[in-house]
Design a protein around this ligand. Structure first.
Ligand code: FMN
Length: 313
């Protein structure tokens, strides 16, 4: 069993990655995507997206970080991959799943699932450029509009030399709408020999077991479920699912609020805390109360006192 914290651009930034991995249970974490156009970035671009690179490529709790790159230009992807590895990234993950219209228009992310040959060229170039012992993996969806190229895409990624494949069990057309189609993962698993990492809607210990039974792989990537339940990976490993304990989560929320206060503007800080509370309220009724109290609040100081009042009861 391997459990990976998913890349989530604008959500699982360095602060949330630090906090979630500190709860234990994660084998590694994938960075938010770094969009590559046609050249090698200066180091500051990678360091800004992935500050863990300045501390040995690990989160504070020691969880390795794998930089994720998004783009279609094989040479530029390879050059940035080499640099990310030199800076300390534990492997490179390549994004073939992003559904954003802007990103897809510039031929990045899920739109490449229409072109198995391009998937092959990008993975091949990265694989050939980074040292052989460094893991090169890819993350894809089931397809763009449908699953007609799903197996061909998985094969292209494998034959280009990727060592692992994560699949978010939806097409781009399906967006993020439930359900995730785990049974399609079983077809991919049958078709490839590299490890398959299942992703999509694993939000509880029960979901984990159902997904493993259907997809046929014990390796999973947790996204929004980990944001709602920061202890999810540990619970999966312990095979126990106690009621989500607000008493355990509330101090984390307080800690997060203090931490982002150091580096973010008051406006961004307010936006980020609301974003997390919005996820937490899907699993904790206390967070719903907090949400109602803060959702319209723009002032960081007032928000601070509301947070204190509710979090500390
Ligand atoms: C806010 C947000 C940002 C995301 N950003 C990325 C990203 O940068 N790279 C990527 O490969 N997937 C990204 N994803 C997709 C997730 O990694 C994951 O595949 C998807 O959320 C399904 O898994 P889940 O149901 O466990 O959340 C993002 C998802 C969300 C909700």
């Amino acid at each position: 069993m391997r459990i990976i914290l998913a890349p989530m651009e604008g959500l699982a930034d360095v602060h949330l990655r630090r906090l979630i991995t500190a709860q234990g249970g994660y084998d590694w974490v994938v960075s938010e995507f770094v969009r590559v156009v046609d050249r090698l970035y200066p180091d500051r671009v990678l360091l800004k997206n992935c500050p863990e690179l300045e501390q040995g490529g690990r989160t504070d709790s020691g969880t390795p970080l794998r930089v994720q790159l998004l783009g279609n230009h094989p040479q530029a992807m390879a050059a940035n991959a080499v640099r990310a590895v030199e800076l300390g990234s534990f492997g490179i993950d390549i994004n073939f799943g992003c559904p954003s219209k802007t990103v897809n228009r510039s031929k990045g992310g899920a739109v490449l699932l229409k072109e198995p040959d391009t998937l092959y060229s990008v993975v091949r170039a990265v694989r050939e450029a980074v040292p052989a012992q460094v893991m090169v993996s890819a993350k894809m969806r089931l397809g763009f509009d449908d699953t007609s190229l799903m197996l061909e895409n998985a094969s292209a990624i494998e034959s280009a030399g990727a060592g692992e494949l994560t699949v978010h069990a939806r097409t781009r057309l399906q967006g993020y709408a439930p359900p995730a189609h785990w049974h399609e993962l079983a077809r991919i698993k049958e078709h490839i020999t590299i490890p398959l990492i299942a992703n999509g809607d694993i939000c509880s210990v029960e979901d984990y077991h159902r997904c493993v039974a259907i997809a046929g792989t014990a390796d999973v990537m947790l996204g929004r479920g980990a944001v709602r339940l920061p202890f999810l990976a540990k619970q999966i490993r312990a095979n126990s699912a106690p009621q989500a304990q607000w008493a355990d989560v509330a101090p984390l929320l307080q800690h997060f609020w203090q931490e982002i206060g150091v580096s973010m503007s008051p406006k961004d800080r307010v936006g980020r805390i609301k974003q997390w509370v919005n996820y937490l309220r899907q699993s904790h009724s206390e967070a719903e109360t907090l949400w109602v109290a803060i959702r319209a609040e723009k002032d960081a100081q007032i928000l601070d006192s509301r947070l204190h009042a509710i979090v500390e009861g």
